[in-house]
Design a protein around this ligand. Structure first.
Ligand code: SF4
Length: 427
């Protein structure tokens, strides 16, 4: 969501006649698009703002703006701590960026706009990082209030975009040569529930699948396990463009912890969901997010998470240690765990998951996969990078002209996060 917002901000500025530079020393406008989901992300921004004090002293005409979730949650506090910031722009107010810049330029005073009222016409990104794959926001906000999560406080309540607006954006992307789209929302499974329309997320997938000539693949993220319907599982199984990959954040394997997290499902529900997905879509890859060291998590609770990981056999699990977010219920729970306990559990879980990912990827050696070639390997430009339908990253060596094409690759080697392969044929 944050990356998508950055593309929207860059597109708005392009319309205003600015162009993008990654040389922040000489930029006329410097935007920090921030994330609040973990403490480390916030600390990084605070450190960067501190370092930018000198740049602003040297170049007072440079405009420094802070956008994103930290802008929304810290608002005035951010300005008080760092008076060299020129504006603070909230998550619903991206379209107001030119107005704020003009106000700063004309008055020389700093401005804050963190209103939760979203503008009528949502800006659509025209500047995108990739020329092959694109994000498409289908909804904003979240109504779930998981007890550790700051998102509902900084992104507001759920608001679905209209299907016609989404289809229009997808059509524009297809005409511009994009091959893959990822539908974005904090919980895409509740798409449409806030509207009068009868279209739910499974219906939206079918609509896009049937009305997007030129788009070859449709992905989506993220899904709340409590809201996955049988209709959605059938849609993934039957719609040819919908990729066979499901990112399904479990967060914990202990019912005690899940209850305190306010997740609204049990480990039994989660595991039966995985069984149903694998029954209808045998080759589906399942990835997840997990938090260890949640307040009050006992060793037994943690071992339940380990057990869930071993039983499900995730393709990838993004594991994090619990990070208290101020203003959330979990941050004021009494039984916070010491950092060393959280770290020990995190390393234990990472080690177990690594072994599972390695063995799953190893099993793919010798098999052939259609991959969409997205670009070059950023770490080794001689290699191309693509993804399988199941969202596995594959590196292989071939020419530039394959970028944007779906080609068949035979897997020759594997690691825990990626695969290597050889081209069989391109078409
Ligand atoms: Fe946060 Fe996701 Fe829970 Fe919403 S569903 S509150 S975004 S963790």
């Amino acid at each position: 969501m944050n990356k998508c917002d950055s593309e929207v901000l860059a597109s708005i500025l392009k319309e205003e006649g600015y162009y993008y530079t990654d040389d922040f020393q000489t930029a006329d406008i410097l935007l920090l698009n921030t994330c609040s989901v973990r403490d480390t992300a916030e600390r990084k921004v605070l450190g960067r703002l501190e370092r930018l004090r000198h740049l602003k002293e040297d170049r007072p005409g440079m405009i420094l703006g802070v956008c994103g979730c930290m802008a929304q949650s810290w608002e005035h506090e951010l300005m008080e701590k760092f008076p060299h910031i020129d504006f603070v722009l909230g998550t619903s107010r991206l379209a107001e960026l030119p107005k704020l810049i003009r106000e700063v330029q004309e008055t020389g005073r700093s401005v804050i706009d963190v209103s939760e009222v979203a503008p009528q016409n949502e800006p659509i990104p025209t500047v995108r990082e990739s020329s092959v794959t694109a994000w498409v926001t289908i909804m904003h906000g979240c109504d779930n209030f998981c007890s550790y999560c700051i998102v509902p406080y900084v992104r507001g309540r759920e608001r679905s975009r209209s299907a016609s607006e989404i289809l229009q954006e997808v059509k524009y992307l297809a005409e511009s040569g994009y091959k893959e789209i990822t539908l974005l929302g904090q919980n895409v499974n509740s798409y449409g529930l806030d509207t009068e329309e009868s279209l739910d997320f499974a219906g939206l997938l079918a609509l896009i699948n049937d009305n997007s000539p030129g788009i070859e693949r449709i992905r989506f993220t993220t899904s709340h396990p409590k809201d996955v319907s049988e209709k959605l599982i059938d849609a993934i199984a039957n719609l040819p463009k919908v990729c066979k990959h499901f990112h399904l954040p479990a967060q914990a394997g202990s019912n005690n912890v899940l209850r305190r997290m306010n997740r609204g499902y049990t480990r039994e529900h989660y595991m039966s969901l995985v069984d149903r997905l694998r029954l209808k879509i045998p080759l589906i890859s399942i990835t997840t997010d997990l938090i260890v060291g949640f307040p009050g998590e006992t060793e037994r609770d943690f071992q339940d998470t380990v057990d869930l990981v071993e039983k499900v056999g995730f393709d990838i699990a993004f594991c994090f240690r619990y990070s208290p977010r101020r203003g959330t219920p979990a941050a004021s729970m009494e039984d916070q765990l010491p950092e060393d306990v959280k770290m020990k559990r995190l390393y234990e879980l990472l080690e177990i998951q690594d072994m599972i990912s390695i063995s799953k990827n190893k099993a793919l050696i010798g098999t052939a996969h259609d991959i969409l070639v997205e670009g070059r390997n950023p770490k080794d430009k001689s290699q191309l990078l693509g993804r399988t339908d199941t969202n596995k990253i594959v590196f292989f060596t071939e020419g530039d002209d394959l970028i944007g094409q779906i080609v068949t690759v035979s897997i020759t080697d594997s690691g825990n996060w990626s695969l290597r392969g050889e081209l069989i044929r391109g078409y």
